[in-house]
Every structure is written in structure tokens, then in C-alpha cells.
Design a protein around this ligand. Structure first.
Ligand code: ATP
Length: 369
């Protein structure tokens, strides 16, 4: 029996309810495998600031330091509530960016997946979905504009100004491109490199580094695409993409678009990988507009737990069973309300019911040898 210690940070908004569903699924994984998860919950995010004076309290940092992996819900409150928190203590700046920096989780894997059978969830026409969308978007997570220095002040003319810097060095670029090239090798041998080299010098360096690395990966075809063009192509012909790699802010924006084309941000899990530690979280925010109403889609959180099993604990087969269990619930005609489209018949169910149906499907799945 193996024991894995997992720091569980439910977060804010819909975080706690979708986390509950994911933890139930992990308990079923324990029933089916010689494995035990030591699940240690800890405060993190805006509510943690109000309760403990810091969005990433020291006690939570210690729990994360000792954990084998971290399962994290989304953080943040609505606009008015956020204004009550000092700018540097607001959860993205005060908790999420420090979490990423602490463990140097530089590689963010965001699957954008919609099987053909679920084409009706997408706002795109079924002909565009074709035999299904299956993209892995890789976002650099600890560099660029989001991590640059930030200065605010008042200039000589008494106008307020802000200056934020965008910095990448070749080591950072190389390590994320390596992830992209290696994944492209294991998948279809095509890597879309998303950049903005006609305007940004950071993209010019990025592309230079990629050209230097490319000869070592002769089996990978590299397709260069400007980020604005990529946004259009994601709508017009998403099936041309298999593995996409890009810098931090481009990845933040295009992955939300990815959620849009498959029908909901609720279908977007992710893995944030560093060389020594990884954490797993939905790609979306805390959706305060629907929090506490038992209507959020827990797919993103359960999917993040599945990614944790595969990437941190070597349980790829059981992870596949979890994906299959979630797809089977959809195939039975059930979904949370975010996935209902006009004219499409689905029976809407709540967060908890969706999680329970996934649990039942997983229990019924053949065990991994
Ligand atoms: P952030 O910048 O923190 O990622 P955001 O501005 O992208 O946040 P989200 O909180 O991600 O905003 O959510 C945008 C909208 O998408 C929400 O208002 C909600 O309606 C919907 N949404 C997000 N996640 C889910 C989910 N798991 N289930 C259902 N709807 C969701």
C-alpha cells in the first residue's frame, strides 16, 4: 500500500463544492487500488486572507512543502469583496503567483478536449468539431508580464502611470519548449509555436531558441503562428492543433478561449508542473456568480485530480478510468447547467449529483491490473 500526501486547497467561490466532488472520486480510487491519499486541507485565497490575515498563510505553505502533490481549487471573490483586500494581498498576487514561484511550476498543461459524441456542448458547428477536439495547450507559468516588476507612480505632469516589465531568459524559454517538443514527439509529431514576434522582442528570442532546439527533434514538425491568428484558428479550425506552446499571458487568454469552444470553462482542468513539485487546478476562476448554488461543473476539478494521479503518482490507467467515467455520465444525457445549449436536450443535474454519478461509474469500471 502506497501513501501519497496531498495538500488540498479548496479556495474560494465554487472551489469548495467542486473540491468535495474530486475528493469523493479520490476515495473511490483508494477502494480500487493499493493506495492511500493523506488529504490535508488548508486555507488559501481570499477567504484565507479574511480568516488568517494572509491569502497563503505560513501554515498552508508548510503543508504544501511537505506534500507529494497539491490539489488546488480556484481563488477570488467578486469585484466589490476583492476591493476590501489590499492590492498585494489579493489572491492572484498574494497567493497564486507566490505558490507558482515557491515551487517553480513553470509548465502548465491545459487539455482542451471534446469528443465527437459531445459536439452538442460546443457553440461551434458539428462539422467544425468533426471527430473531436483534442488539444494540449502548454502555457509557461512563472515568467513574462505576470511575473515582471511592477511600478506605479505619478509623472512630472502629475499623471498616474504604471510600468510592468516582460522578461524571459533563454533558460526559461528552453525548459518550457522542451516540454512542448517532447510532448509533440509522444503525440502526433506537430507543435504549434504561438508567439507575437512581429511586435515583441521576447517572442523573437523565444523563436530563436526554438530554432536552435529544433534539430534535436527531427520528428517534430514546428508550425509558427501569431497569437492573434491562433485565436481565430481556434474558432475556425481547432482540429489543426494538437500540442500548442506559448508564454504566460498568451496561454492564460487562449486557454479560456479553449474552454469557450468546447462549451464551458467547467471542462478545463490543468496540471502545473515544476521539477520538484506539481500542483493541479481548474484553469478557470472561482466563478463567484454561481458559488454555493450546487450548479458548478466539477469536471475541471475531478479532471485535475485525474491529472495528479497520472503525472505525480504514475496512475495513468486509473486516470483514464476517471475521464471515461465523466464522459459516460455525459453520454447518459446528464450535465451541469453550464453545458446546456439552446435546442439540445440534456437533463441538468447539480455539482454533487454529477460527482456522485462519476463515483458510481468509476466503481463499476474494471479495475486496473
Ligand atoms: P479568472 O481570471 O480568475 O480565471 P475569470 O474571469 O476567467 O476568472 P471565471 O471565474 O473563470 O472567470 O468564470 C467565468 C464564468 O465561467 C463564470 O462566471 C461562470 O459562469 C463560468 N464558469 C467558470 N467555471 C465554471 C464551472 N466549473 N462550472 C460552471 N461554470 C463555470
Amino acid at each position: 500500500m502506497k501513501t501519497h500526501r496531498v495538500a488540498v486547497l479548496p479556495g474560494d467561490g465554487i472551489g469548495p463544492e467542486i473540491t468535495r466532488a474530486a475528493l469523493k472520486v479520490l476515495r473511490v480510487v483508494e477502494e480500487r487500488n493499493p493506495v492511500h491519499f493523506d488529504l490535508i486541507q488548508a486555507p488559501f485565497g481570499a477567504q484565507a486572507y479574511f480568516d488568517h490575515g494572509h491569502p497563503f498563510p505560513e501554515t498552508t505553505q508548510a503543508i504544501c512543502d511537505r506534500a507529494d502533490a497539491i490539489l488546488k481549487g480556484p481563488v477570488g471573490l467578486d469585484y466589490e469583496a476583492t476591493k476590501k483586500i489590499p492590492v498585494d494581498m489579493q489572491p492572484e498576487r498574494g497567493a497564486v503567483l507566490p505558490l507558482r514561484a515557491r515551487y517553480n511550476t513553470y509548465a502548465n498543461f491545459r487539455p482542451i478536449v471534446l469528443p465527437q459524441a459531445l459536439a452538442h456542448f460546443s457553440p461551434l458547428r458539428p462539422e467544425i468539431i468533426g471527430d473531436g477536439i483534442d488539444i494540449m495547450l502548454i502555457r509557461e507559468l512563472v515568467g513574462g508580464l505576470y511575473f515582471g516588476t511592477k511600478t506605479v507612480g505619478v509623472d512630472a505632469d502629475n499623471h498616474r502611470y504604471v510600468e510592468e516589465t516582460l522578461r524571459y531568459d533563454e533558460i526559461q524559454i528552453k525548459q518550457i519548449l522542451k516540454k512542448g517538443l517532447e510532448l509533440a514527439q509522444r503525440r502526433k509529431g506537430v507543435l504549434h509555436n504561438i508567439h507575437k514576434s512581429n511586435v515583441l522582442k521576447s517572442s523573437v528570442l523565444w523563436n530563436e531558441v526554438l530554432e536552435e532546439m529544433a534539430p534535436a527533434y527531427p520528428d517534430v514538425k514546428i508550425v509558427h503562428m501569431l497569437v492573434d491568428a491562433a485565436a481565430t484558428h481556434l474558432c475556425l479550425n481547432p482540429r489543426q492543433f494538437d500540442v500548442m506552446v506559448m508564454e504566460n499571458m498568451f496561454g492564460d487568454i487562449l486557454s479560456d478561449q479553449g474552454g469557450g469552444i468546447i462549451g464551458s470553462l467547467g471542462l478545463m482542468p490543468s496540471a502545473c508542473i515544476g521539477d520538484a513539485k506539481a500542483y493541479y487546478e481548474p484553469s478557470h476562476g472561482s466563478a463567484p456568480d454561481i458559488a454555493g448554488r450546487n450548479i458548478a461543473n466539477p469536471y475541471s476539478m475531478i479532471g485535475s485530480a485525474a491529472m495528479m494521479l497520472e503525472y505525480s503518482f504514475g496512475m495513468a490507467a486509473e486516470a483514464r478510468n476517471i475521464w471515461a467515467a465523466m464522459q459516460a455520465v455525459f453520454a447518459d444525457g446528464f450535465s451541469t447547467p453550464d453545458l446546456t445549449q439552446p435546442g439540445v436536450k440534456v437533463e441538468t443535474i447539480g455539482t454533487e449529483a454529477f460527482g456522485d454519478k462519476v463515483v458510481a461509474k468509476l466503481r463499476a469500471a474494471p479495475r486496473v491490473a
